[in-house]
Design a protein around this ligand. Sequence first.
Ligand SMILES: Nc1ncnc2c1ncn2[C@@H]1O[C@H](COP(=O)(O)OP(=O)(O)OP(=O)(O)O)[C@@H](O)[C@H]1O
Length: 242
Amino acid sequence: MNQPQQDSSAISLRDLSFTWPGQPHPALALDELRVAPREHVFVSGPSGSGKSTLLAAIGGIVAPQSGSVEVLGQALQDLPAARRDRFRVDHIGFIFQQFNLLPYLSITDNVLLPCQFSALRRERALQQGGSLQQAAQSLLAALDLAPSLWTRPVTQLSIGQQQRVAAARALIGRPEIIVADEPTSALDSNRQQAFLDLLQRECDHGGAALVFVSHDLRLAERFHRRIALEQINRAAVPEESA
Ligand SMILES: Nc1ncnc2c1ncn2[C@@H]1O[C@H](COP(=O)(O)OP(=O)(O)OP(=O)(O)O)[C@@H](O)[C@H]1O
């Protein structure tokens, strides 16, 4: 936390360059990108423009070869890998495109997974709900998942229901940042809008910044700001000419 250039952004990337192992060219080359606390940012860009790589850098899942990634004032490159993983689960809720729910766990236990790995999120969830079960269930209810579903195996849920379980898992314990990678692509337009209503409301409720990646520009107007990644990522090469 003692970075000389530390700022009050939720996320601050500077002079970033990242090349995937074995690749000849960088996937990301960014001068600067900041996201303010509680800001909702829509990230768009054609396939291959580096959207998922950007989210991986924000989460400290990949370590850029140069430049800095600061999350809540903490420079991720200064943390050893294990502490970076802890920091991620403490402060960032991820919603993946395929949701990554665990089929052998109940819906409630899927939602509570981050609390297994983060004492901070467990503590905050307990403050929210009185018990972990209650915290998970009040989030599931807020996300329009009826109590009759809570004991079902996740494999019996529709795509839209799985998506909302994945959102509840990202939101549990109020991480300061929610990162979502194309979580609506499998849904029709009305359902996408309905999902975003719930997700944005819960982010606001928990005071989280939201970084939301999607191809669907119709969703962009609902956000405070849109970032067209192909315009700021100097490494982006359109797929057709790659
Ligand atoms: N695990 C990986 N190993 C090697 N190269 C990768 C890996 N993941 C992505 N890349 C490469 O990095 C570049 C950016 O990919 P990325 O997945 O970040 O783009 P994207 O904008 O998320 O694309 P899409 O919209 O298709 O998901 C591409 O050239 C891709 O081939």
